[in-house]
Design a protein around this ligand. Structure first.
Ligand code: FES
Length: 202
């Protein structure tokens, strides 16, 4: 389990741009009067999207003011959930699932590839600024383990070679395809099996 890293380099000021403001106002209108603070998680996410995928402390202060709630409460939420990044991440942000099903199917071999090809330690952006990685808990795609999330998409049924290729493609400026790397659709069984009892094609 990784420890939340808060960036030492903090911008002094943060405010929502027009696009974020529009979204924030739309979200806040979903809540009854007096309950706007419930939008804090969505607001943190909007701030993260606007600020290259990480949330500075000034954004937490801005949100606290906006939602008329104590800064410490916003800080508590932001530091609790792993989906909020509190320090800069790579343009391609790898979240490697290492919970039990993924671990049993080779997640730590993927972690080794990340250590070798991106950075020895998690939450450290690669020298070219393109990639960073971290270990995360179950991402809910266990049937296609081992898997990882890169930015908004899932990459599933991975192994060392496939991950190596993904990283090379990123480094060479080529597209990377999300989904199963065994060609499965959603979570269908491998090798055309129809039931768990069907060992013919297993
Ligand atoms: S254990 Fe990895 S997605 Fe669930």
């Amino acid at each position: 389990m990784s420890i939340k890293k808060i960036s030492k380099n903090q911008p002094e000021k943060f405010e929502f741009n027009n696009e974020s403001l529009k979204l924030a106002n739309k979200i806040i209108s979903n809540y009854p009067m007096g309950k706007q603070q419930s939008a804090v998680m969505a607001f943190l996410y909007i701030a993260q999207r606007q600020n290259d995928n990480w949330i500075p402390l000034s954004a937490m202060k801005y949100i606290a003011k906006y939602l008329e709630m104590p800064y410490i409460k916003v800080y508590e939420v932001a530091t609790f959930y792993t989906m909020y990044n509190l320090a800069p991440v790579g343009k391609y942000f790898f979240q490697v699932c290492t919970t039990t099903p993924c671990m049993l199917r080779g997640a730590y071999k993927l972690v080794d590839v990340c250590k070798k090809k991106i950075s020895q330690n998690e939450n450290v952006v690669s020298n070219d600024g393109d990639i960073s990685w971290m270990e995360v808990e179950c991402l809910g795609a266990c049937v296609n383990a081992p898997m990882m999330q890169i930015n908004d998409d899932y990459y599933e049924d991975l192994d060392e070679k496939k991950l190596d290729k993904i990283i090379e493609n990123i480094k060479n400026g080529q597209n990377i395809e999300p989904g199963s790397y065994k060609g499965r659709k959603s979570s269908e069984p491998e090798n055309n099996r129809i039931t768990l009892m069907d060992s013919k094609n297993a």
